[in-house]
Write a protein that binds this ligand. Structure first.
Ligand SMILES: *Cc1c(COP(=O)(O)O)cnc(C)c1O
Length: 482
């Protein structure tokens, strides 16, 4: 039992001077990590002994901040490697040091962006306004900062689903027979969204692609007609601006025409590709993006905002809000006071409490500016073309797909080996590169053949890094060939 004279408990430090010293030390360690991002290994797995550090008993008594600084600093080397110039796997952004400042500020404010009238809300509105300006959406569209394109896709497709059901779906679940269409190259998050939204994965038709890996629009038209003839209800077409495997961009303008003719919702997965609109070189390929009903994309990929930050934009703010708003009495807005403000983010997505992701995005855009962010994207595309040329003129390397943006897929293919043996060999080469810490590409299948997939969404990559990669592929490959 606590007595009236006992000091009351707080979680604040007892010694602020000591905390200040520890925090400065941690900040220096964080800056050192960023300053030396070009050096050393790409991926360094966590050693077994250190894994045990994270299997410790639940502490009843805390250690204070001294020990914490040491433990946090110890963890810094063991990232996935995406801050390194030779990280080429999947589609990861490489981050910037200025995000450290934004995250520090956000942590100090500890803002909850579900709604209400406070500074952070205006920052998020600013970021949404800039995002819609970048992609050419109307000034009165709806938008929300989210963790990434996966959740952005769920939110956008819920708006599409609910509009198609005249919002009865919010009460009684989706009507039967709703069908969506996307290309066979589309990211798995779209099928996942169909699952989550109760439409079922089977309701998502996979439209085959042409030689450039873009959705075959003649087949799309036929599939829609067949489904209508069968009494089903086609309601959404999902185009891709930058598909994961090879970076293909669907013909967005033509898909917008088809969606208009068919009276369907047009959604775009632009996870990394949408931001390529900031690049003079890529902008023409994205024509039609501004016509979509909704767009999902990430700031943590090609704008290098540190994880995580993505966005959903919905052309019709009303459709966006009507799919999510559901505020009970204890969350009502007021005309004045802290519960005021017109923009309550909780009206535009499934979350109530939300952190201050917007500040990282705001800081990135303000400190770098869109010209420079676009120039880095152009540079990455030129680097992918350089790599393609290098592959084409290097003995035993074979390119497996055209380079339409920032992704180059190839394999090490000495004469006389079967496809199955080449698949195993190239898989081993990629693992070898990763384990040696030299580079971190990933793998994919292109027309059934296993490819070394090099994705460049990295503002630290230089041409010399691609030379190192190609040389290492040849060396590791030669060692592995029996
Ligand atoms: C990365 C990616 C996604 C998923 O985005 P997250 O931010 O990881 O949720 C979806 N589509 C494409 C094309 C992607 O590259």
């Amino acid at each position: 039992m606590s007595q009236p004279n006992d000091p009351e408990v707080t979680l604040d430090p007892a010694d602020w001077q000591a905390f200040r010293r520890d925090a400065h030390q941690m900040l220096d360690a964080a800056i050192n990590k960023m300053e030396t991002a070009r050096e050393g290994r790409v991926w360094t797995p966590l050693p077994d002994a250190k894994k045990d550090d994270y299997r410790a008993p639940l502490p009843a008594h805390g250690t204070g901040s001294d020990d914490i600084v040491e433990q946090l600093t110890d963890l810094l080397p063991y990232g996935v490697g995406n801050t390194h110039p030779r990280f080429f796997g999947w589609v990861h952004g490489s981050g910037t040091p200025s995000n450290i400042l934004a995250d520090m500020t956000a942590a100090a404010m500890n803002a909850n962006l579900g709604g209400r009238d406070h500074g952070a809300i205006y920052v998020e509105q600013q970021v949404i306004a800039w995002a819609r300006e970048i992609v050419g959406f109307p000034a009165d569209c709806g938008g929300l900062l989210v963790s990434g394109t996966s959740i952005a896709t769920i939110i956008a497709l819920k708006a599409a689903r609910d509009q198609a059901c005249d919002y009865t779906s919010r009460q009684t679940g989706p009507a039967a027979g709703l069908i969506g269409y996307t290309s066979a190259q589309t990211h798995s998050c779209v099928a996942q969204a169909f699952d989550v939204l109760g439409l079922g994965r089977d309701a998502l038709r996979q439209v085959p692609v042409n030689a450039a890996f873009e959705m075959d629009l003649d087949v799309l038209r036929e599939m829609i007609a067949d489904d209508r003839a069968a009494g089903l209800s086609p309601f959404v077409i999902i185009g891709t601006a930058g598909a994961v495997n090879v970076g293909a961009i669907d013909d967005l303008d033509q898909i917008a025409d088809i969606a208009a003719t068919e009276d369907m919702w047009f959604h775009i997965d632009g996870a990394f590709g949408a931001m390529a609109i900031l690049s003079e070189r890529m902008r023409p390929s994205l024509k039609g993006m501004e016509r979509a009903h909704s767009l999902a994309f990430d700031f943590h990929k090609w704008l290098h905002v540190n994880y995580d930050a993505g966005m959903v934009l919905v052309r019709s703010e009303a459709a966006h809000r009507k799919a999510f708003s559901a505020r009970p009495d204890y969350l009502q807005s007021a005309a004045r006071g802290l519960a005021g403000g017109d923009f309550w983010p909780t009206d535009y997505g499934p979350e109530l409490s939300r952190g201050f992701r917007a500040l990282k995005v705001w800081t990135q855009i303000v400190s770098q500016g869109t010209d420079k962010l676009g120039a880095v994207i152009t540079q990455n595309c030129a680097q992918a073309s350089y790599l393609a040329d290098l592959v084409d003129k290097t003995k035993d390397l074979e390119r497996l797909a055209p380079v339409s943006m920032n992704i180059c897929c190839f394999r090490y293919a000495p004469a006389g080996m079967t496809d199955a043996a080449l698949d195993r060999l190239n898989d081993d080469i990629v693992v070898g590169l990763q384990e040696a810490g030299i580079a971190a590409p990933s793998t994919t299948k292109i027309n059934g053949q296993l490819a070394i997939r090099v994705n460049i969404t990295n503002h630290r990559t230089q041409l010399s890094d691609l030379d190192i990669l190609v040389k290492a592929v040849g060396e590791i490959g030669a060692k592995l060939v029996p």
